[in-house]
Design a protein around this ligand. Structure first.
Ligand code: GLC
Length: 745
């Protein structure tokens, strides 16, 4: 009887399996399922899946069982839900999140393991929140310290950004949630972002601005790419034939979807022919204004459907778009193996704290003012608005509604009050008293009645009597600061902070300046301050991260992901006067020529012999390291070979710490001009006091190559090269020469 029952069940199951259509049969290859689904879809259904149906969602195919597809911002945490067709809050009480540190901080960890942890944690939050695509991370290159969204990106160097974006994407997508790497490409400043036509050499495009996107596609296997608002060669980047059809889809064989930035699509014919697959946010500027319920009037909606029906297009382009969207569905909404999501878990707070701890950069520590001597310190004065101001609200689309955000002041109090340390706060200056974005409010009352002079006097009078003064200042997420939509108008610190810092430095030699920003800022007082820390936007665990480092619970190991110029004139984009560009007579387009070409960041420092305040890759520690004995496994290499460099790293101090060994390559005889040196490998290593270890760094032909714009190919040339190894770009003290014998033509 049992056997009969089993046989019957088996027959029924096989029968059901056999009857299940291919597109629903999980035993079949995805591409076969895509083709079967495509065949079954009507024109209306095909058109419906390639454009938005609400602010952040696009349609599935109800009749076939494909659920709607939900995107959400952003790179640092999952944005709270807005109303179907509004930027304003949906008023839900279930969508608070963990805010992870901003991506400049992640880049400053120089630790790909942190990037994997970041992406994986964010992916779990997104999955729990029912999001199928996170609109991030951003990897636009830091070209000017005025850039409003640099805090959302990974610094000035394409190699560092590439090494960090790959594990972030892999970690996120391991949850069956798509990453959408943005903003492709050349969206390097915010001013006039919808009208900028970037004029850039092919070499700079391929060697500086594209590599991080290329790594995300080829190594990270990213499922989404977001087109940028700006133009390149007079075509908007959300439907740009060169960037999308030729480079992304043909040369890099990208099999995912190209998503427009919100409002980045401007033309049906270009959208059809030039590689746009999903149109979002049209008729909005991506932040505020917008036509209500305009979805059927999208460029890839009724207009496109009508044009097909009138025979102006076949369904060839449409089917390519729909195939990509279906593939995305099978990777996300139709992926029934997706893991479990988690929201606001202890693991996510731990991850945020760990990443923040590893990203904070100790810029200066004269006379070892830091770490704070918590045994002897009795009175600490904390000064500055950024000691209390919530930074997870604001900044544009990356703004969040957090479950909690611990301020620097509260972090220090939580750490030191139990040890009997008395901590007093003085405002010092008034910055941005607003605290809301898209209806999310910080709830803080930052109003202030005292005059600036009174504020400074009050802070200074207390500073004279304190054991330590910790100043938390810098920028914030308000407009024309570190914020989407505009760039900063000045390189210096706003709100009269310089004057206050000078006064505090005079009042107390144990002044510690913690700069909270996503950008470099002028520091005219740097010689008169003993301790300077780059604190970044650290998210929910801000207070713990900063207190951990300032009190020595954690030994800082962050390194700058961008050059810190003394003045704006040291920055090639400003030195050559090409920022923000030149308006055309019709004042519709502004041409911004990247005249500096390859010489961005430290590449510009080497080219123009400027002297930055702090170099790319710079970061101090509470211990000390010796890097010595550089050797290489052979002194010649072929284009299909590899070279392995080894150095010994010793912790010569009294406490555990981590150092980042950086390897730069210099092409000593190239037929085309090349930067003096370029970062081509790095490794972060933790050592106990007295411990030493050999660290090996391996390079291949890619590390020697450059883009030959006369032939449109990457190439390497035989000849002499030099490897320079150190722990910062301005002092790569160890050098060794080697030869490439055959080059790749
Ligand atoms: C914004 C941003 C983009 C964001 C999108 C949705 O304007 O440029 O980064 O993901 O629109 O908010």
């Amino acid at each position: 009887m049992k056997f009969l029952l089993l046989a019957t069940t088996l027959t029924l199951t096989l029968g059901a399996q056999a009857q299940r259509p291919v597109y629903l049969d999980e035993t079949k290859p995805v591409e076969q399922r895509v083709e079967d689904a495509l065949k079954r879809m009507t024109l209306d259904e095909k058109i419906a899946v390639i454009h938005a149906q609400s602010k952040f969602s696009s349609a599935g195919v109800k009749r076939l069982g494909f659920t709607d597809f939900w995107t959400d911002d952003g790179p640092h945490g999952v944005r709270p839900d807005v109303l179907w067709d509004e930027w304003e809050q949906a008023g839900q009480t279930n969508d608070s999140c963990v805010a992870f540190p901003a991506l400049t901080c992640l880049a400053a960890t120089w630790n790909p393991t942190m990037a994997r942890l970041y992406g994986h944690s964010l992916g779990e939050e997104a999955l729990y929140r029912g999001k199928d695509m996170i609109l991030g991370p951003g990897v636009n290159i830091y070209r000017t310290p005025l850039g409003g969204r640099n805090f959302e990106y990974m610094g000035e160097d394409p190699y560092l950004a590439g090494r960090m974006v790959v594990p972030y994407v892999q970690g996120l997508q391991a949850n069956g949630v798509a990453a959408c790497v943005k903003h492709y490409a050349l969206n390097n400043d915010e001013e006039y972002r919808h009208q900028v036509n970037v004029v850039v050499s092919d070499r700079a495009l391929h060697e500086i601005y594209l590599p991080a996107f290329k790594a995300a596609v080829i190594e990270g296997k990213v499922w989404g790419i977001m087109g940028a608002y700006n133009l390149y060669k007079d075509q908007h980047n959300c439907h740009n034939a060169i960037l999308l059809n030729q480079i992304l889809k043909r040369d890099w064989a990208f099999d995912g979807v190209v998503v427009s930035d919100w409002g980045g699509c401007h033309d049906t014919d270009q959208a059809v022919r030039n590689g746009l697959d999903m149109e979002f946010g049209t008729w909005t500027d991506g932040l505020t204004m917008g036509k209500t319920n305009a979805y059927s009037s999208y460029y890839l909606a009724d207009a496109y459907k009508r044009a097909i029906r009138e025979g102006r297009y076949t369904e060839r382009e449409l089917d390519d778009k729909v195939r990509r969207v279906l593939r995305l569905f099978y990777r996300t909404t139709m992926n029934r193996q997706r893991p479990i999501g988690f929201l606001c878990s202890e693991a996510h707070y731990d991850a945020a704290r760990k990443i923040g701890n590893e990203g904070i950069v100790l810029l200066k520590n004269r006379q070892n003012v830091l770490p704070i001597d918590t045994l002897t310190a009795r009175n600490i004065l904390v000064v500055g608005e950024n000691a209390v101001k919530m930074m997870t609200v604001g900044g544009g689309s990356s703004s969040l509604k957090v479950q909690r955000e611990l301020s620097p002041l509260d972090g220090l109090r939580a750490t030191l009050a139990p040890r009997g340390v008395n901590i007093v706060w003085e405002r010092g200056y008034v910055g941005d008293t607003n605290g809301s974005f898209n209806g999310v409010t910080s709830g803080q009352d930052l109003s202030e009645s005292r005059t600036p002079d009174r504020l400074v006097a009050d802070a200074v009078s207390k500073a004279r009597k304190a054991d330590y003064v910790v100043f938390f200042g810098g920028l914030n997420k308000s407009d024309y600061q570190d914020c989407e939509g505009h760039d900063r108008k000045e390189y210096g610190l706003p709100y009269g902070q310089d004057r206050l810092i000078e006064a505090l430095a005079k009042a107390n030699r144990n002044l510690i300046v913690v700069n909270i920003s996503g950008n470099a800022v002028a520091m005219p007082w740097a010689d008169r301050v003993n301790a300077i820390v780059q604190g970044w936007y650290l998210g929910s665990e801000t207070g713990h991260c900063l207190a951990d480092v300032l009190t020595g619970r954690v030994n800082p190991s962050g390194k700058l992901p961008f050059t810190w110029p003394r003045t704006l004139d040291d920055v090639p984009a400003h030195r050559l006067g090409t920022y923000p560009g030149t308006w055309r007579p019709d004042h519709k387009i502004i041409d911004e020529e990247y005249k500096e070409g390859l010489y961005v960041g430290y590449r510009g420092v080497d080219r123009y012999k400027t002297r930055p305040l702090f170099a790319f890759g710079h970061g101090l520690s509470y211990t000390s390291f010796r890097i010595s004995n550089l050797r290489v496994d052979k002194t010649t290499m072929t284009h299909d070979g590899k070279l392995t460099f080894t150095v010994n790293v010793a912790n010569t101090g009294k406490r555990e710490g981590a150092e980042v060994i950086q390897l730069y390559i210099s092409d000593l005889q190239s037929s085309l001009p090349r930067p003096v040196k370029e970062l081509k490998a790095f490794m972060k290593v933790s050592l106990r006091p007295g411990e030493s270890r050999d660290v090996t760094l391996t390079i291949d032909n890619a590390a020697l190559s450059f883009y030959d714009d006369s032939r449109g190919v990457w190439t390497s040339e035989p000849g002499d090269f030099e490897a320079l190894v150190g722990n910062t770009s301005d002092k790569p003290n160890l050098k060794v020469r080697f030869k490439l014998t055959d080059g790749l033509h």
